[in-house]
Design a protein around this ligand. Structure first.
Ligand code: PEP
Ligand code: MN
Length: 347
């Protein structure tokens, strides 16, 4: 429930509303706006009786949020949220930042070579997993803490922001020491303990949609993070499991406008896991930007044939540079701009 105060409402009137919400057994969340203050009621999982607040002085209207997720909904916050993970790297505004790098950090040389190349092509953030959620326990599991050290070295070397995955609570604290944005992977989208932990850590979170999750499931998972006081959540569409095996996953482009209509949070696209095949990544990356994605996360490897994970879907360095060249023009066509890339210089 949202209590919208009238234009001239006084601080005492806002305080009275907060007090009434506490008396009802919930928590008030005052949100001062440019025109007027709104007080959110948090802690309910069904419609609440508004009779204690509706008649209070200074109350203009009471809005009942119709979705099971509250704070992530557009009803709660009509304006788009902009999540800034590092200076100049913001998701949700006019600019479209590109995060790129290998699936896994494999060595210091590999991640630094990848970082230099993706930066040269226009990426503003580096991806690379140190903790890897692999389907088989016998597959490469990532370098762990050492991988984080290599990511830190790549960041020092290039200045790129770092996005990397945490798989559990302990890992989340380690990752937070190095990363500008903590990735919660598709397999952990409903790891509620991890969601609460990254909510409390307070660093920006890239939350990937589970491979069989509805958009409502995704938004409810995001709600866990916001409910811990962390508003900096970037949603990510990365493809769904289906009966068709012509691609690794079914990349759900529709999720982008759907998420935008239901939530104020930014949504980025991962055409790499979304398709699973290098030759499908470029067309789907273009389509995602055209569909309004607030950013992209793309797997790029200096030597995909030698990659320890996801080589088949990793772009070569040259393919990534070509993709960036194309994306500039796609972004321009939908009145956006790829972050850090000057359109005029490329025309
Ligand atoms: C990844 O980003 O390498 C990854 C494991 O992604 P997902 O969680 O989407 O499978
Ligand atoms: Mn991967």
């Amino acid at each position: 429930m949202l209590v919208v105060m009238s234009n001239g409402a006084t601080q005492e009137q806002v305080d009275l509303v907060c007090e009434a919400i506490r008396r009802m057994g919930y928590s008030p969340l005052p949100m001062p706006g440019a025109q007027r203050t709104t007080v959110g009621l948090v802690g309910n999982d069904r419609r609440v009786d508004d009779s204690l607040v509706v008649e209070l002085p200074g109350v203009a209207e009471v809005i009942h949020v119709s979705h099971p997720y509250k704070q992530v909904s557009r009803e709660w916050k009509p304006d788009a949220t902009i999540v800034t993970i590092a200076p100049g790297v913001s998701f949700g505004g006019e600019e479209v930042p590109v995060i790129a790098g290998p699936c896994s950090v494999e060595s210091e040389e590999q991640i630094i070579e990848a970082a230099r190349a993706v930066k040269g092509a226009g990426a503003v953030a580096l991806r690379g997993g140190a903790f890897k959620p692999r389907s088989s326990p016998y597959s490469f599991q990532g370098l762990g803490k050492k991988g984080l050290d290599f990511l830190a070295a790549a960041k020092r070397e290039t200045g790129l922001a770092v996005v990397t995955e945490a798989m559990d609570d302990e890992g989340a604290h380690l990752v937070a020491e190095v990363a500008d944005c903590i990735q919660v992977g598709a397999r952990n989208m409903q790891n509620y303990s991890l969601l609460k932990t990254v909510g409390r850590i307070g660093k920006p979170v890239l939350l990937k949609r589970g491979m069989a999750a509805t958009i409502e499931d995704l938004l409810l998972s995001a709600e866990y993070i916001l409910s811990e006081g962390n508003q900096d959540v970037i949603l990510c569409e990365r493809g769904l499991r289906t009966f068709d095996n012509t691609s690794r996953n079914l990349f759900d482009l529709t999720a982008i406008p759907v998420a935008h209509s239901l939530s104020h949070l930014p949504i980025v696209a991962d055409p790499s896991h979304g398709t699973g095949r290098r030759d499908k990544v470029t067309p789907m990356a273009r389509a995602a930007v055209a569909a309004g994605a607030d950013g992209l996360i793309v797997e790029v490897h200096p030597h995909p044939e030698k990659a320890l994970s996801d080589g088949a879907q990793s772009l070569t360095l040259d393919q990534f540079a070509e993709l960036m060249r194309q994306l500039r023009r796609v972004a321009e066509a939908v009145d956006r701009q790829i972050t850090g890339v000057n359109v005029a210089a490329v025309a």
